[in-house]
Design a protein around this ligand. Structure first.
Ligand code: PCA
Length: 323
């Protein structure tokens, strides 16, 4: 199916040279299932672009890692295999630590701070993406990240040895420092990873917990509000420049609206999804002093190490954020 798509895509690209007036179709891979608010927002974005361009640019969303697996999406857009895509921004932290600033524990834990952090990150990230032939369309945060377990957790010691589901290198490090045993699992695979016993705890948002039906395999949600990480939607620079000026402007306009709408959706998700967790029998608890002190100490160590790695760009970013 994938091969057919590529062959089809190549033919469309060639035909496009002969028939300039032909409408464009963009295949857009995304990592998360359709019910995820990020994906809902992307469908809305695609619809806005279609309408604003009178059908000149059709964006076809391929959700839940169906066209490319999550770790492949940024590379697929970079290489031009697809013109646009969505991914978890901090997955690029290997390329440059600046990409991972929003996943640092306890640096930005409420929406106001997250917004200021994004403002401080934006220019640095635009520059880094530009070097990769990418243009950022917009970024939207997940709700604050909380702790899901099968028992009450009152200190970092309680996490020792737990098989811990993670989603990026930063969380893997956090889990390791907390004495847990991390395993990377993509969102669509969460239910199976828990039901087969590969993992038994995780840190993620109320959204991902509720959408994964966490109550089927977990009992406690501790509201540690550890960080507010973002998804980013990027486009291949050449693919964007190939569009006529009006269509490019329509894409950028729709992106701006999608960013504002997405942040609003994220805020609303927090309370509504915690309520769903409760309704389904999850015990929602406020973290103990002891747990928070322990987790914050790990966070402080990680921010220090990040700063050392991130060099001047990181220092500038932190300074802009802390002002
Ligand atoms: N959900 C995604 C990323 C952060 C979040 O809240 C996940 O769990 O992978």
């Amino acid at each position: 199916m994938l091969i057919t798509r590529y062959v089809g895509g190549a033919m469309v690209a060639l035909a496009g040279l002969a028939f300039q007036a032909q409408a464009d179709t963009w295949d857009m891979p995304t990592p998360y299932p359709d019910a995820t608010f990020h994906t809902v927002n992307i469908h809305e974005f695609a619809k806005d672009v279609g309408e604003a361009t009178g059908g000149n640019l059709e964006i076809k969303v391929h959700s839940a890692g169906s066209l490319f697996k999550h770790p492949e999406i940024s590379k697929a857009v970079r290489s031009g295999q697809v013109p646009a895509g969505e991914f978890f921004l901090s997955l690029l932290a290997n390329d440059n630590p600046a990409f991972g600033a929003d996943s640092l524990p306890f640096l930005a834990t409420n929406y106001e701070d997250a917004q200021r952090l994004w403002a401080a990150q934006k220019d640095v990230i635009d520059g880094l993406l530009d070097e990769q032939g990418l243009v950022a369309l917009y970024a939207v945060p997940w709700p604050p990240q909380g702790l899901y377990t099968t028992k009450e957790i009152t200190s970092v010691d309680d996490l020792a040895g737990l098989k811990f589901r993670t989603y990026n290198a930063t969380l893997e490090k956090f889990a390791n420092l907390a004495g847990a045993a991390p395993t990377q699992v993509e969102v669509p695979d969460i239910p199976q990873a828990f039901s087969t016993g590969r993992v038994e705890a995780m840190i993620t948002s109320p959204s991902t917990g509720a959408n994964s039906k966490a109550w089927d395999f977990l009992s406690h949600y501790t509201d540690i509000q550890a960080w507010i990480p973002k998804n980013i939607i990027v486009v291949n620079k050449r693919a964007l420049r190939r569009l006529d000026d009006e269509t490019q402007a329509a894409v950028m306009e729709a992106a701006k609206a999608a960013e504002a709408r997405g942040w609003e959706m994220s805020r609303k998700e927090t309370a509504s999804k915690v309520a769903i967790l409760k309704e389904n029998g999850i015990t929602v608890v406020e973290p103990s002093e002891e747990l928070m002190t322990g987790l914050r100490a790990i966070g402080a160590q990680m921010v220090n190490e990040w700063s050392a790695e991130a060099g001047e760009a990181g220092a500038a970013l932190l300074k802009a954020y802390q002002q």
